[in-house]
Design a binder for this molecule. Structure first.
Ligand code: GLN
Length: 382
């Protein structure tokens, strides 16, 4: 008798990002689906990685990450958010943001625990909660402005609530948390044992002069938070798969117990390079403007199509409504646009457990202007 796996994810298909990227490649479509830039990253950072390799920095670094990189991060966190984070005990370098989120959830969750998740939610959150035997408690964001209904959050909190998951700037909507949201959150978690998982991989990609509301700014929130970041999204090298998690020492020490037997330690030359590169503040401070210009360039061109933009205040993404253009589901339209018009997008319904379909598609505008122009030329035909 051959062995049969009792699936931990019986209902899971393949992640939409891979599905749409494969379809885009098959049909030679412009890929505005999966979130990755098509322009070159900074050569200076590439040169620093080369130099690190040539100098022989090719063996394991400490399992928690190269200490000079963690020190550079602690300095940056202090500069940006006025938080004092101990690089020895409170920062761990991870192979990407998704891994940091997976590890933090696995660190905290016990079977039966409840986790508050706002929908639309990034596609890894709910499966990761379920893999750990915990239960996602789903709260829809308002449509079309994607705000949190805090009254509903209060109602959904129970004695089993172990964690609240936040994501700002938000994927897929580009919504951002405001000071009002933070005040509500502080009031709700005060005097509770609720943890926070904050996905802040787009921390620098925030527009219109808005300030990123990091958990790192608020000591009473940070004391219960795992905050996850991505160098790939920040420095336009998503394929490097490198990120980090920040959490108070007691939480981080448990996180590391899981991390050490999974990835153990991350790519070392990249860490040597980043430790140096992070010293240059302008490299990350200018990113918001750079992406804002792309958002505006694309939005301006999209006015020539029938799509209607929903606001995006951050991230790589903007949602566009096709209400009034087609009655198709988001998935059907996304597939047809890829096959027949040569432009791949992401249907937003995949970010809802019950596939709520508001007739909006997610477009990634982190692309060269020529790519965005060609995509809009094609979309104008719809
Ligand atoms: N975060 C990226 C996105 O939203 C994709 C990452 C991935 O493909 N896993 O498109």
């Amino acid at each position: 008798m051959s062995p049969v796996i009792n699936s931990k994810q019986p209902n899971a298909g393949t992640t939409i990002f891979t599905v749409m990227s494969v379809l885009a490649a098959e049909h030679n479509a412009i890929n505005l689906g999966q979130g990755f830039p098509d322009f070159l990253m900074d050569e200076e950072l590439v040169a620093l990685v080369n130099a690190a390799m040539q100098k022989g920095n090719n063996q394991y670094v400490h399992m928690n990450g190269l200490i000079t990189l963690r020190e550079s991060l602690a300095e940056k966190i202090n500069y940006l958010y006025a938080a004092t984070v101990n690089p020895e005990t409170e920062i761990t370098i991870t192979p990407g943001g998704t891994y940091a989120i997976f590890t933090a959830l696995t660190t905290v969750l016990q079977p039966g625990d409840e986790v508050i998740v706002f929908e639309p939610a990034y596609d890894s959150y709910i499966p990761t909660i379920e893999i750990n035997g915990a239960v996602p408690v789903l709260i829809p964001l308002t449509f079309p402005d994607y705000k949190i209904k805090w009254e509903l959050v209060k109602q959904k909190i129970s004695s089993k609530t172990k964690m609240i998951m936040l994501n700002s700037p938000h994927n897929p909507t580009g919504a951002v948390l405001s000071e009002y949201d933070i005040a509500q959150l502080r009031a709700i978690v005060k005097d509770t044992g609720i943890f926070i998982l904050s996905d802040e991989v787009y921390e620098h990609l925030i527009f219109d002069g808005l300030q990123h509301q990091s958990m790192l700014r608020y000591p009473d929130l940070l004391e219960r938070s795992f905050v996850c970041f991505s160098f790939g999204k920040t420095y336009h090298c998503t394929g490097w798969k490198i990120g980090y998690c920040v959490a108070p020492a007691a939480l981080m020490s448990e996180f590391r117990k899981i991390h050490q037997f999974n990835c153990f330690s991350c790519n070392s030359p990249v860490q040597f390079a980043l430790a140096t590169y992070l010293q240059q503040k302008d490299k990350y401070l200018q990113l918001g403007n750079f992406l804002q210009q792309k958002r505006d360039f694309f939005a301006n061109l999209m006015q020539q199509t029938k799509f209607k933009a929903l606001p995006s205040y951050g991230s790589y993404f903007q949602l566009y409504s096709y209400d009034g253009i087609s009655d198709e589901s988001e998935k059907d339209l996304a597939i047809r646009l890829t096959k027949d018009y040569g432009v791949a997008t992401i249907p937003t319904s995949v970010f809802y457990k019950t596939n709520t379909d508001n007739k909006v598609l997610r477009f990634c505008f982190a692309k060269k202007e020529s790519t965005l122009e060609e995509a809009v030329n094609r979309l104008m035909k719809l």
